[in-house]
Design a protein around this ligand. Structure first.
Ligand code: 6PG
Length: 241
């Protein structure tokens, strides 16, 4: 891993504004590749970051392909859909070609959705069944239990090293979610974590101290081999307030 940047902000709002600046600079910096492959996060923290990102100047949105780090097994217009959150807070405000918005096809059910989504990723990157795609940017959150994307403690997806995407049974939520796996997350050029709230402080402490096992803090094992890792957190999550 080339570098890890850890920044603490007074409030979630400050974090979200700073994250939009960082995301914008990453997108500008990588535009020369001719396309920008981005995986968005679900959850609530990214929403306001998206709204700030819409206002950022100098981004060539025609180059951007959007994917998701994970998705819930719900229709894309459902209130719990990560796609819907991104559509409302980001996509509908931007000139991104619809063909470059690659939502998880949850209408096929979790297993088929995972298989179809993996095929779509491979086709979009122009890679064969053995290659691992290198996203220019993966945006992630972290739950109070240390999960990220839908890599939850004690679930099978943590051990997945072949597939890019799996349908991951999450007993603690009594659901099955579709998620990118560690091989994809750790191949990214840039990974940006957005973590806000006191409830995240114990998991974040485990990440910062390195006192983790694969089961108790999956987010700690996102360490891009040849990429930059950014942790943008608020003071509440960093236990500084
Ligand atoms: C999801 C996300 C999940 C999220 C964390 C943090 O689908 O919910 O992918 O991994 O990032 O649960 O969520 P908050 O940002 O709401 O705290």
């Amino acid at each position: 891993m080339s570098e890890t940047v850890f920044q603490v902000f007074p409030t979630a709002g400050d974090l979200q504004r700073a994250a939009s600046d960082l995301v914008a600079s990453i997108l500008r910096e990588n535009a020369s590749q001719g396309r920008l492959m981005v995986a968005l996060s679900g959850g609530s923290t990214p929403r306001n970051m998206h709204l700030h990102l819409v206002e950022q100047p100098g981004i060539d949105w025609s180059l951007v392909h959007l994917f998701w780090g994970d998705e819930r097994p719900v229709p894309h217009h459902h209130e719990d859909s990560n796609y819907r959150m991104a559509h409302e807070s980001l996509i509908q405000h931007l000139p991104i070609p619809a063909s470059q918005v690659h939502r998880v096809p949850t209408e096929y059910g979790p297993q088929q959705a995972a298989e179809r989504y993996e095929r779509e990723i491979r086709e979009s990157f122009g890679i064969d069944d053995k290659a691992i795609p290198r996203f220019d940017l993966v945006i992630l959150g972290m739950g109070a239990d240390g999960h990220t994307a839908s890599l939850f403690p004690g679930t099978k997806a943590l051990a997945e090293r072949k597939h890019l995407v799996v349908a991951n049974e999450v007993p603690q939520l009594r659901t099955t979610r579709i998620t990118l796996t560690y091989p994809v997350l750790n191949a990214a050029r840039n990974v940006v974590f957005l973590v806000a709230g006191k409830d995240k402080s114990a998991a974040l402490e485990r990440v910062r101290s390195g006192h983790v096992t694969g089961d108790d803090t999956p987010a700690a094992f996102v360490r891009p081999e040849q990429g930059r890792l950014y942790w943008l957190v608020d003071q509440a999550a960093a236990n500084e307030r």
